[in-house]
Design a protein around this ligand. Structure first.
Ligand SMILES: Nc1ncnc2c1ncn2[C@@H]1O[C@H](COP(=O)(O)OP(=O)(O)OP(=O)(O)O)[C@@H](O)[C@H]1O
Length: 599
């Protein structure tokens, strides 16, 4: 699946694309920059005040001037308070801008996960993408806690350097000479870090996918006592993440230690040179003390910049992965305004030499041609893996054919607006997903404005009123997560009632293969009979009893339609259908429980 491939976007390209995806990120950046400069300027007030206090206050010519000291202290206090206020305003503005941008990014990424073709993307892979979107965006959010400081740091470096040069260009050059080598090797280190953090984010994604799978597949894991196997997979994923993280942290440690050494060298150099300059009469005591303050103001941002750049690499790696979800190509597009509505009335279906291959997979449908008359009931049968489900997914436009064309009532499916298609064509998949809500709410999913009475009537139409009466709280019975509180057969009944309430012109059913008890089997059969009456229906039939009642049976074999006709015509003729039927009769006596048709 293309969406899982991380495109090798450079840091700058990631930022550019991120701003395109979330234009909010641009808003107010000018204000943030101005506030950052003001905050930086505010921070050099203290060293200047220290210099003034010493040189013009305590050591003033003609004796100490306490009045001057008090005024300087008051100005300094006001500047410190104002700087704190400006820093708060800048952070607030920055967080607001970026959180808005990230909200847009999250929304677009989640939507894209939904838009990706359901035919080629199963629930687990979709879950992996969701984990990526949540984990990686959070990583970026964490980075922001530092980002505000980064903006101020740049301002502080700038203003600090100007003031340092004003006090003593020799000392200012010394400080820069110490930090320059660090600045020169930093880009190389950052590139290596970027690579290391890319791996960390990938490993974190793998870890989330494996643990997510373990939660979703808990029942199967317990049933097969596979806890140890899954445990090992989780341990491996955790260990690989730990190793990637350690590698990245080692590089971080190198950059931090480099910063420490440079800081110590800068302070040492300033003290020694400063004293020598002072003795020679080139520097006052106040200027030397102020300079030492300025050096700490310079070292702080240097180290902060280093740290923030490290975090930035981690955040960029996450951003890059989220953007690869946002930019994943959507296979099935709504023609929207340019499209047409399906013609009114009962729907006919035509498949014209349709071929299909799943992304990166082999051809699974070959030259499939079929015609379905309006209001007819069609059963699609064939061995497991013969292409039945794929055929109905193309009919519901969950995916588009690789070759050939599907038409509904003469209109090419790709030109039908989604609004019209989803109103007139409804598919009940094998696993008709139920939400953790009541029976009524799950059925109402088809028509949000349906009243309880209408839902009750729909169930009665399908002959399910006695089943409804047997539920502890009738329509208001909760179905549990994924419908776990209902039996497999009952879940199918609810899914069918949901489709019936939608009142489509074309009903597509992918019969569940799960076995149900005989009483539910009879209920399901009756409900199916009522739900398909008077409308076009195409059912993937795992029970050949469905084929017995159909107007037309399409027989699939290895991705091709090899026979078509009514049950009576086909059962009496040697061929795939007669074999399937014979196998089904011998396995179930012809009336038995659900059974996947096999030769
Ligand atoms: N999401 C997918 N990605 C790749 N290949 C797939 C995917 N879904 C199905 N296939 C492959 O396509 C082929 C046809 O599968 P399909 O599900 O259409 O068969 P089927 O006749 O409905 O089978 P069953 O009766 O078991 O449901 C199979 O070889 C299957 O492995």
């Amino acid at each position: 699946m293309k969406a899982t491939v991380t495109p090798p976007l450079s840091g700058a390209a990631v930022l550019r694309r991120a701003v395109q995806v979330s234009p909010e990120l641009r808003q107010g950046l000018g204000t943030v920059a101005v506030l950052a400069l003001l905050a930086a300027a505010g921070r050099v007030v203290v060293p200047i005040a220290v210099q003034q206090t010493i040189d013009q206050g305590f050591r003033a010519q003609g004796g100490a001037r306490l009045g001057q000291v008090l005024v300087t202290a008051a100005v300094c206090a006001v500047a410190v308070l104002a700087t704190a206020g400006i820093t708060y305003a800048m952070n607030h503005r920055l967080y607001r801008t970026v959180e808005r941008g990230l909200a847009t990014l999250r929304t677009k990424a989640f939507r894209r996960v939904h838009d990706l073709s359901p035919a080629s993307l199963d629930g687990e892979r979709r879950g992996g993408l969701v984990a990526r979107v949540t984990g990686d965006v959070d990583q970026f959010s964490t980075f922001l806690q530092f980002a505000g400081m980064l903006v101020i740091s740049f301002g502080q470096l700038l203003v600090g350097s100007v003031v340092m040069f004003a006090f003593s260009w020799v000392l200012a050059l010394t400080v820069w000479a110490v930090f320059l080598p660090l600045l020169l090797v930093l880009p190389r280190l950052q590139r290596r870090l970027s690579h290391a953090y890319g791996r960390v984010r990938d490993r974190a994604g793998d870890m989330l996918a494996v643990t997510g799978e373990a939660v979703v597949g808990a029942t199967v894991i317990h049933a097969y006592h596979a806890q140890e196997l899954i445990g090992e997979r989780i341990d491996t994923a955790v260990e690989r993440h730990r190793r990637a993280q350690s590698r990245a942290q080692r590089l971080v440690a190198v950059t931090l230690s480099g910063g420490e050494v440079a800081a110590a060298a800068a302070i040492g150099g300033v003290v020694v040179l400063g004293v020598l300059l002072g003795v020679g009469g080139h520097l006052t005591a106040g200027e030397l003390v102020a300079f030492l303050f300025l050096v700490t103001l310079f070292i702080g941002p240097m180290q902060m910049t280093n740290e923030v750049l490290n975090e930035l690499q981690n955040a960029l790696a996450g951003w890059r992965r989220v953007l690869s979800v946002v930019d994943a190509p959507v296979e099935v597009r709504d023609p929207g305004e340019r499209g047409t509505d399906l013609p009114q009335g009962p729907v006919s279906v035509r498949f014209d030499k349709v071929g299909y291959a799943y992304p990166d997979g082999p051809q699974v449908l070959h030259e499939v041609s079929a015609e379905v008359a309006p209001r007819s009931r069609v059963a699609v049968v064939g061995e497991t893996g013969s292409g039945k489900s794929t055929f109905v997914k193309l009919l519901a436009r969950l995916s588009d054919p690789s070759s050939g064309q599907v038409r509904l009532s003469g209109t090419p499916l790709t030109t039908v607006r989604f609004a019209s298609l989803r109103r007139r064509v409804v598919m009940v998949p094998q696993d008709g997903f139920l939400f953790d809500a009541t029976v009524a709410d799950n059925i109402r999913f088809a028509r949000r404005d349906a009243s309880d009475e209408e839902i009750g009537r729909a169930l009665a139409d399908l002959g399910l009123d006695d089943w409804l009466a047997s539920l502890p709280e009738g329509l208001h019975t909760r179905v549990g997560q994924r419908g776990d509180a209902l039996s497999a057969g009952e879940r199918q009944l609810v899914a069918l009632a949901r489709a019936y309430l939608a009142d489509p012109d074309l009903l597509i059913l992918d019969e569940a293969t799960s076995a149900v008890d005989p009483a539910t089997e009879v209920r399901l059969q009756q409900a199916l009979e009522s739900a398909t009456r008077g409308r076009t229906s195409v059912s993937v039939a795992h029970r050949l009893s469905t084929a017995q009642h159909a107007d037309l049976v399409l027989v699939f074999d290895r991705g091709r339609i090899v026979q078509q006709g009514t049950h009576d015509e086909l059962a009496g003729r040697p061929g795939v259908y007669a074999d399937l039927y014979a196998a089904w009769v011998s396995a179930t006596g012809g009336t038995g429980p659900a059974h996947s048709a096999r030769r």
